[in-house]
Design a protein around this ligand. Sequence first.
Ligand code: COA
Length: 325
Amino acid sequence: MSQKNYSRIIGTGRYLPEKIVTNVDLEKKVDTSDAWIRERTGIEQRHIAADDQTTCDLAEQASLKALEMAEIEASEIDLIIVATTTPDKTFPSTACLLQQRLAIHGCPAFDIQAVCSGFVYALSVADQFIKTGMAKCVLVVGSETLSRITNWSDRNTCVLFGDGAGAVLLQASEEAGILSTHIHADGQYEDLLHVPSGVSKLPKTDSIEERTMAMRGNEVFKMAVNTLSRIAKETLDANGLQKEDIDWLVPHQANLRIINGTAKKLKLSPEQAVVTVHKHANTSSASVPMALDEAIRDGRIQRGHMLLLEAFGGGFTWGSALIRY
Ligand code: COA
């Protein structure tokens, strides 16, 4: 009997909230300029969730599109993993809330928190479930309302982030599939990128800085560039492949300079890196599945292509996935 051990992508979807905030809009709020933001980050605009729109709302829309592409019923899903740093509630998990929205009951559902690497972490966990036969059809979502943990009067951070969701449906298959995933963390860099307070660590004061993202951008930048090229090598080596074997780099969308730097180290042309950061800024765990969805839907990524997904984020966390689409 043949083994169905590969996780194959059968559907993808993305959703961006309606409201767009351009760089020019931000010029009116903080001491910045459209030119500075474009030059340093490549970002032109970001989408911001409406006041009554939550991470689960965005996740639901992205998931429905993935289900539509896969042409399967939600009832076929036997595991839901949501990667998010901005859950609707402390509990239940956003994955449980999403399960209820999809009107399915009983399958396991849980969240993963690995900030910008969250989707790659979730994909890795989903792949282990499929490889071991524990799951046959997994919904993996990255969804964020980062606008809720952004200090809109801090120019160092507010120009960089946005809201959105991306979803991927994986099915057990004899055909590859995810070839390997690689995930890492190093907690010693906590202070370079973090929100100082949370559920258990109470804010010491009422100041907005206690509840929003703080970042030492320059240091994060250097770590990201070095770490991402290291993990690309680790991934290729693990599969006995060369740089030339990659058709598409589907990177975390934080900064165009980081993406271009990584593509160059991989000897890929700039066109081989899927870039969406200009349209929606850094959406943390949502950025990789959104970029993947865009390039699949516009026909760039074709069946049989080799994809390298990679991400770096708070923690620090980082990870990659090599996929034969
Ligand atoms: N508008 C205008 N000027 C700004 C600014 C803004 N929005 N934000 C910072 N500056 C200023 C700084 O205050 C600094 O001024 P100074 O020289 O007078 O002190 C100057 O721009 C340069 O700052 P620097 O930090 O050296 O710029 P940079 O080239 O490193 O770009 C980032 C800054 C944040 C864009 C860049 O470091 C970056 O993208 N880092 C990674 C962030 C990231 O991806 N985080 C998430 C990881 S998942």
